[in-house]
Design a protein around this ligand. Structure first.
Ligand SMILES: C[S@@+](CC[C@H](N)C(=O)[O-])C[C@H]1O[C@@H](n2cnc3c(N)ncnc32)[C@H](O)[C@@H]1O
Length: 254
């Protein structure tokens, strides 16, 4: 998936300035419910354009955050926004290569990641890396787009992913639990957000149809409006069928 300027603008229209995933400020609080990151050194793995990275400092009082992402243009945009927000002392960004992370063992108190792991096929290797860079007792917390048992075979899912040219790799909540436990995480918890996302996708559709469509078209053109509407409509069927299950999770390194 190419996160070019127009594509990113369309996503921000749906999900709010600085966000490349749904839920905004409220969903970040939901992900962090019951976990404190106050005063902690945090890795934001797959930080995108940094809207959430900011919140980890401003709302959730992390002391220091390092945001990493594989897309240079996104990291550049994140740097500009962070500088403009006066947060450059507390937030640094690094362009990352897919694969092993360029950090020492036990560098972080917390690893946060939102809606990134679905992009990565080799989930075992990336979670082993996230485990390695956490200190003992450190917290892994975030969310991801998980699937149901039959997600990979489903025609609904194929129609949505093919239309959007998305290269997603789903696993299930049970597989995530087993993987994290096997790697050496304790206290693995997951919270299914499918029913919340059903309503959220309806709101996405409203933002690119009806009276809102002309505003979207003014900013991004007819073609992007058609693409967004069709993409959210196909996704709605997948979410309604229970085959896309955004899931919040947390685990502790033992
Ligand atoms: C859906 S966006 C989410 C961005 C941000 N977390 C948010 O919620 O606004 C997924 C992000 O993961 C990044 N990404 C994909 N594979 C990655 C990898 N192996 N390491 C780091 N970032 C990755 C993409 O470039 C993109 O910015």
């Amino acid at each position: 998936m190419a996160y070019d300027k127009e594509f990113v603008g369309g996503l921000e229209w749906l999900w709010g300035e600085g966000f490349l995933s749904p839920g905004g400020c409220e969903e970040i609080s939901e992900i962090l419910r019951g976990s404190s990151i106050k005063g902690k050194k945090v890795l934001d793995m797959g930080c995108g354009i940094g809207g959430i990275t900011h919140l980890l400092v401003t709302e959730h009082k992390a002391q220091e955050v390092v945001g990493i992402d594989v897309a240079e243009a996104l990291i550049e945009r994140a740097r500009i926004d962070t500088q403009a927000a006066g947060l450059a002392e507390q937030i640094k960004y690094r362009l990352a290569e897919p694969g092993p992370l360029d950090f020492d063992d036990a560098e972080f108190d917390v690893v946060f990641t939102k809606d990134v792991i679905v992009h990565i096929q080799d989930k075992c290797s990336i979670f082993e890396e996230l485990h390695r860079v956490l200190r003992r007792g450190g917290l892994l917390v975030g969310s991801d787009w998980l699937g149901s048992d039959n997600t990979n075979q489903s025609e609904l899912v194929r129609a949505w992913l093919d239309f959007c040219e998305l290269d997603f790799h789903f696993h299930t909540a049970a597989q995530l639990q087993r993987l994290l436990t096997g790697i050496g995480f304790d206290s693995v918890k997951t919270r299914d957000r499918n029913s919340w996302y059903c309503n959220a996708v309806r709101a996405e559709i409203d933002k690119v149809s009806g009276e809102s469509r002309s505003k979207f078209v003014k900013n991004f053109g007819e073609e992007m409006a058609d693409f967004r509407l069709q993409s959210s409509t196909l996704k709605m069927k997948v979410v309604d069928a229970g085959e896309l299950r955004p899931t919040n999770f947390s685990a502790v390194k033992n």
